[in-house]
Structures are given as C-alpha cells and as structure tokens.
Design a binder for this molecule. Sequence first.
Ligand code: ZN
Length: 150
Amino acid sequence: MANNRALYEQVILEHNKKPRNFREMPDADRAIKGNNPLCGDQFTIYLKVRDGVIEDISFHGSGCAISKSSASIMTSLLKGKTKEEAEEVFRRFHSMVTTDPDTPIDNETLGKLAVFSGVREFPVRIKCATLAWHAMLSGLDGKEESVTTE
Ligand code: ZN
C-alpha cells in the first residue's frame, strides 16, 4: 500500500507539471468556470460536443496539484466518450473518493483514477479532486456557465 501511494503521488506530480490538454479553446461549444474557494483552485473546462460525443475537451487555469492533475487525467480519459460514458466515469470516480479510506480500490475499473484514492483521507481535498469533473458535467448538461464547490 505504501508503495502504491508513492507511485500515485508520482503520477499526480507528473500531471501537475505537464498537464494534458492544458489550453484554452476559443471555438469551444461550452466553457465552464470551476471555482473551489477553499483551496483557490480556478479552472475553466472547455468542451466540443458533437452528436452526444465529446469531440474535444481541454482546461486552463490554476490550482493545486490535486485539482490540476485531476483535470488533466479527466480530459485524457474523456476525449471521444459519449455523454453517458463520461457520466459513468464520473460516478466511478466520485464513489471512490467518497468511500471510507480503508475500502479497497478496484484498480481494474478505476484505472488511472485510482491515483486519487489518497484524497479519501483528506476530505477537504475531495473538492480539489472533483472540481473539474463537476464543471465538465455541468457543461455536458449545458445548464450552468460556472460551478463552485461552496
Ligand atoms: Zn485544491
């Protein structure tokens, strides 16, 4: 378990340093601002959705390593997914980060998302980890232009 944790931290730091899909998207269909005032995380999630499929997704802004790496991994996982598939990935992610820290992690279904299992021990960090996801969901629904964790 300790080894896993070190590995997970490494993945998070790597994504923080070199985030994937970290760019503004001037021609996005939807841009949703996500704000986590508790930590100071502020990201905009950009989406291009065609026929119910996420054709392109990117993000920009600033925040802590957890929020940034979570947005980075999210964008790399969701490109090409349908709205329903994206919602399912979110459900898996969300139920993992809100379980008891002792609950075993199902690496097979979670894949890369397992790197965020450590946030379960730090409830305040759960908001960092899920910020980009809430903004993404809101964008898929096409309702809000901004979300906040508060
Ligand atoms: Zn944060």
